[in-house]
Each structure stands twice: as structure tokens, then as C-alpha cells.
Design a protein. Structure first.
Length: 96
């Protein structure tokens, strides 16, 4: 899939079950691999991510299933709960 990075900025992000996740604010790029490694999401839906006082989350790009008028990712509700139980803390944006 080939896209312009600037086209992702400001797009709405939803799960494949139609749940709003947030707005894409930036992308994370793996320079060595020459690919997008993640998308930075702000205004995150608190029902999906318990981010506390953090500003947003970084969603791994491998979760993206479609890019069009909106961006779709695999549904994340169970994954996030497992990750919270497995590890406490994380980066300023949270990690996978």
C-alpha cells in the first residue's frame, strides 16, 4: 500500500468494529526499514485506552487494515486490557 504521509494527518481512526479511536496527529517512521512504524493518535477514546494524564498513544502501523477517507485498525479492546495487566508504565504516549 503506497500513501503520502501528509494525507494521514488529521484523519479519524476507527477500529474494524466501528469504534472511534481518535485523530491521527503524526506518524512514526523506521528510517532503516523505510516504512511507517506507527501512528500517533491524540483525542483518544478513553473506553479503548486508559492513558491517564498522557497526551495520546502510538498505534503500531501493522494494526492498520485500511486507509481511505478514514483509517481502520484491528479492534484493540482486549489487547489493551492484556497489555495493562502485563506491564505498568510505558512511554509518554504508551506502548504496544
Amino acid at each position: 500500500m503506497e500513501i503520502e504521509l501528509s494525507s494521514l494527518y488529521g484523519m479519524d481512526l476507527y477500529t474494524d468494529k466501528g469504534v472511534f479511536v481518535g485523530k491521527i496527529e503524526d506518524v512514526s517512521i523506521d528510517i532503516r526499514e523505510k516504512r511507517i512504524s506507527g501512528i500517533v493518535v491524540r483525542n483518544v477514546n478513553p473506553q479503548l485506552f486508559n492513558i491517564g494524564d498522557k497526551k495520546g498513544v502510538i498505534i503500531p502501523y501493522r494494526w492498520v487494515t485500511a486507509v481511505g477517507d478514514i483509517v481502520l485498525i484491528k479492534h484493540v479492546r482486549r489487547r489493551v486490557k492484556r497489555a495493562e495487566k502485563a506491564e505498568e508504565g510505558g512511554s509518554a504516549f504508551g506502548e504496544e
